[in-house]
Write a protein that binds this ligand. Structure first.
Ligand SMILES: NC(=O)c1ccc[n+]([C@@H]2O[C@H](COP(=O)([O-])OP(=O)(O)OC[C@H]3O[C@@H](n4cnc5c(N)ncnc54)[C@H](OP(=O)(O)O)[C@@H]3O)[C@@H](O)[C@H]2O)c1
Length: 272
């Protein structure tokens, strides 16, 4: 739908990508309900987006790790008359599988996969009553390519992509359109220094969050089902889908970069 018709519930609104998405949406004429953990940051963001869009920007506190908080958010978004949900909240998890602590694995799966599922399900009856509505999941290129050092994160985003695809097929023919956007690595505080070093060592490009926000606005308006950002990542997604065995052979630099990241961490006093 056109942005000016959209009343968007945006999770992760205070994040590096979320802030740009919120600004692009408001600029394009959408109303936005900003959702995040920090009331102070949300209120400041709503104020900053101000100007002509001010009356079109509201906010709501949510902790996506708490199911009751997700229900409360859905309960607020319904009378606010949301007709678009953009799931942009997310948690990172970088490191060799042998070094990932169980709470990290649980947090990344709960934030990136379970929370968007629960929020979507709480809102579906409402969305299904709208003439048209959209659910847009911010996934990742790593929801379609398994990368050394990102196993738990890949699991969460592959899962999210599978959920989006199944839901899209389940709801086909009705008013709810389900979409998945897969950005590649993006310059926000989501990526710790070790990820940036890994990206440099493996020649992995990083996008500006403003570019992701532009792509998201475009996808909202052209209603594409699934889109991945960046080259060669888009080609990688296609090849990985068609002939994953071929790609298995190209990740030696990534394994080396991961081992180096681990060695650096140990040198800086981390757990061996
Ligand atoms: N940056 C990348 O390289 C990249 C690449 C591809 C895809 N993505 C995806 O893009 C999305 C946004 O990433 P980003 O770079 O903007 O990350 P970010 O700057 O770290 O922002 C993450 C956002 O998620 C929110 N969040 C995390 N846990 C939450 C919880 N339990 N309850 C409520 N909100 C929570 C954060 O809220 P607080 O402000 O309260 O912390 C923040 O607003 C994520 O889904 C990420 O997986 C990122």
């Amino acid at each position: 739908m056109k942005a000016r018709e959209a009343r968007v519930l945006l999770t992760g609104a205070t994040g590096g990508i979320g802030r740009h998405v919120a600004a692009r949406l408001v600029d394009a004429g959408a109303s936005v309900l900003l959702a995040g953990r920090s009331p102070a940051q949300l209120a400041a963001l709503a104020r900053d987006l101000g100007g002509a869009g001010r009356e079109r920007c509201d906010w709501h506190e949510v902790d996506l790790l708490a199911p009751v908080s997700i229900e409360t958010l859905a309960g607020a978004a319904i009378p606010w008359r949301c007709n678009v949900v953009v799931h942009a909240a997310g948690a990172p998890a970088f490191g060799a599988v042998s070094s990932l602590a169980p709470p990290t694995v649980q947090r990344v799966m709960a934030t990136n996969l379970v929370a968007p599922m629960l929020l979507t399900e709480a809102l579906l009856p409402h969305l299904g009553r709208q003439p048209r509505s959209q659910v847009l999941f911010v996934g990742s290129v790593l929801g379609a390519i398994g990368l050394p050092g990102h196993a738990a994160y890949c699991a969460s985003k592959f899962g999210l992509r599978g959920y989006a695809q199944a839901l899209r097929r389940e709801l086909d023919g009705g008013p709810v359109r389900v979409q998945y956007l897969g950005p590649r690595s993006t310059r926000t505080s989501f990526n710790e220094a070790a990820v940036e070093a890994y990206n440099r060592a493996t020649g992995t490009a990083m996008d500006d969050p403003a570019r992701v926000a532009m792509a998201l606005l475009r996808q909202l308006e052209d209603e594409a089902s699934e889109r991945f950002l960046g080259f060669p990542e888009r080609l990688g997604v296609r090849l990985n889908g068609a002939v994953p065995g071929l790609l298995d052979r190209i990740f030696a630099p990534h394994r080396r970069a991961l081992a180096q990241a681990r060695a650096d961490e140990v040198q800086q006093g981390g757990t061996p």
